[in-house]
Design a protein around this ligand. Structure first.
Ligand code: FBP
Length: 239
């Protein structure tokens, strides 16, 4: 079975997404300057020719659905958590159904799994159901897979990252969003582990422009489908 639900997002088999769910995950402190304004970000996505924009439900309802911004395909993030409690064993609850995501105009749903957390079982179970619902509605299912929790010694080790990628494949994710694990060679192994599941780079905190460009070059050379970066795009350095 090869239903290509990712088609709206792919250009010559590559993809460029703008992630914008940081207000929820980290708070407005992560949205520097103009990036606090969702319309500024949506304009950026249109002007930048982005293949996808990642939003939570509330921003999609108020700023995206039924607007000119709908020309950029939507990935609706259907779970989320704040970072206020800093719990050792993270869990990110669902706040939107796949059906409602479809009504808002999404072409894909996104769901975060914290691999290695004590609540991993619930998140794997949730994603299994979400993937089936999404495919029934002809939408792609994208998993953010972040190794995290007290059993995880090194969240970004090549081994953990490749393990996360493999879980994405075996769970039926059409695409995974995953963090960098240090080099082109190690990222190649991640891509190999993901098999036919497409791999997107998740950016991380703002670094020097040269550094993020080096990382992007390295993952693209390793065979990634693209990047789904937020802070390193819209948090322009002002000093
Ligand atoms: P960035 O490129 O800004 O890191 O965005 C990617 C992302 O996955 C966002 O979608 C999400 O809000 C954030 O990172 C989560 O970061 P973390 O859980 O590592 O704090």
């Amino acid at each position: 079975m090869n239903n290509n639900f990712l088609q709206p997002f792919l250009h010559k088999e590559k993809a460029l997404f703008l992630a914008y769910d940081h207000g929820f995950e980290h708070g407005p402190k992560d949205l520097i300057g103009k990036s606090i304004d969702p319309e500024y970000i949506l304009d950026l996505a249109v002007k930048g020719g982005y293949a996808g924009i990642i939003l939570q439900k509330g921003i999609a309802e108020k700023y995206y659905t039924g607007t000119k911004y709908q020309k950029v395909p939507l990935v609706l993030k259907i779970n989320g958590k704040t970072n206020i409690s800093q719990i050792a064993e993270p869990y990110s609850p669902i706040n939107c159904s796949v059906e409602y995501a479809k009504k808002l105009g999404a072409k894909a749903v996104g769901y975060t799994i914290y691999l290695g957390s004590k609540h991993e079982g619930k998140m794997l179970e949730d994603f299994g159901k979400i993937q089936e619902q999404a495919h029934k509605l002809k939408m792609a299912a994208i998993a953010w897979i972040y190794p995290r929790g007290s059993s995880v010694e090194d969240e970004s080790s090549p081994e953990m990252t490749a393990y996360a990628a493999r879980v994405g494949l075996e769970l039926g994710a059409d695409m995974i969003k995953i963090k960098y694990c240090g080099s082109e060679q190690t990222f190649q192994k991640v891509i190999q582990a993901a098999g036919k599941t497409k791999v997107m780079l998740s950016g991380g905190p703002k670094v020097e422009d040269g550094e993020i460009l080096r990382i992007i070059e390295s993952v693209m050379k390793a065979g990634a489908t693209g990047i789904a970066v937020g802070r390193n795009v819209f948090n322009i350095k002002t000093h």
